[in-house]
Design a protein around this ligand. Structure first.
Ligand SMILES: [Zn+2]
Length: 268
């Protein structure tokens, strides 16, 4: 008797990942299995390990080492969240339950969302997604979106308790008035140089906060083919749903895409 094969699904990434000059949009996912269950059941579940385990193929690339070293780290967070959404649906179905508290009467209740109805719209091409921001000084800074590889770097910085705010801003800096931070010998040196550059050009905390806010601003536009496109530096899937309490109060709720999202009875 053959062993049962895991279910698989093909996902089209909203933006796509740049690999060797091509934008790849197709990803083959398999459902979570015993290994992923074990990771989920551990003390600090590593979401990235779970997702990366289940990515079987990205475009023509099927070699696990190449996927983990060269392809997945360069994915946009929005694309990665889309994969997590599909992995959840493939492994546990479309119904997702979570707990929320009514802001009016404080009643805690369980709400459910049909994940097949979550909006996934196409995002800007990854080749053109770095966007300009005009600084108070009049200089033009270019910032890029957060990529999967940034998550690890941010975690490391956070664990060492170093300047998380400044570094997370600096790691996205592509250039200011056309000048790029000195690349140094490695990613850490480049980051240090980018931090220095930003300190010179953006000394104001208020202006730095304004830039961070701008990263999260999104809008939907319609392109030449009448397709809706999500525009914004960190454009991602829309996880905002509306909850309504039996007391009549309704409110907007953003459910988190974190390990709790992978549990069947989430208390999100
Ligand atoms: Zn209520």
């Amino acid at each position: 008797m053959n062993a049962p094969q895991p279910a698989t699904t093909k996902v089209t990434l909203p933006a796509g990942v740049l690999h060797e000059g091509d934008v790849i949009e197709e990803v083959l996912l398999r459902e979570m299995g015993g290994d992923e269950e074990r990771i989920l059941g551990s003390k600090n579940p590593d979401m990235e390990r779970i997702v990366n385990n289940c990515i079987m193929q990205v475009g023509p690339v099927a070699d696990p080492a190449t996927l983990r070293r060269d392809v997945i780290p360069n994915m946009r967070i929005g694309d990665y969240n889309t994969l997590i959404l599909h992995l959840r649906r493939l492994s546990l179905g479309d119904e997702y339950a979570y707990q929320a508290k009514c802001p009016s009467c404080q009643r805690q209740d369980t709400y459910t969302v049909d994940l097949s109805s979550v909006d996934v719209v196409r995002m800007r091409d990854p080749g053109t997604d770095a966007q300009p921001y005009v600084l108070r000084s009049g200089a033009e800074a270019i910032f890029r979106p957060v990529l999967v590889k940034d998550r690890k770097m941010l975690e490391d910085i956070g664990e060492k308790g170093q300047d998380v705010l400044g570094k997370s801003l600096a790691m996205r800096l592509v250039s200011i008035d056309g000048a790029e931070p000195d690349p140094g010998k490695n990613a850490n040196q480049r980051l240090k140089n980018a931090v220095k550059m930003l300190r010179q050009h953006v000394p104001s905390y208020g202006e730095r906060e304004a830039i961070r806010k701008w990263f999260n601003t999104t809008e939907t536009i319609v392109d030449d083919n009448d397709d809706e496109i999500l525009v914004g530096v960190d454009a991602s899937i829309d996880t905002v749903v509306e909850d309504r309490c039996s007391c009549g109060t309704g409110w907007k709720h953003r459910f988190a895409i974190d390990p709790s999202f992978m549990m069947p009875s989430s208390a999100g």
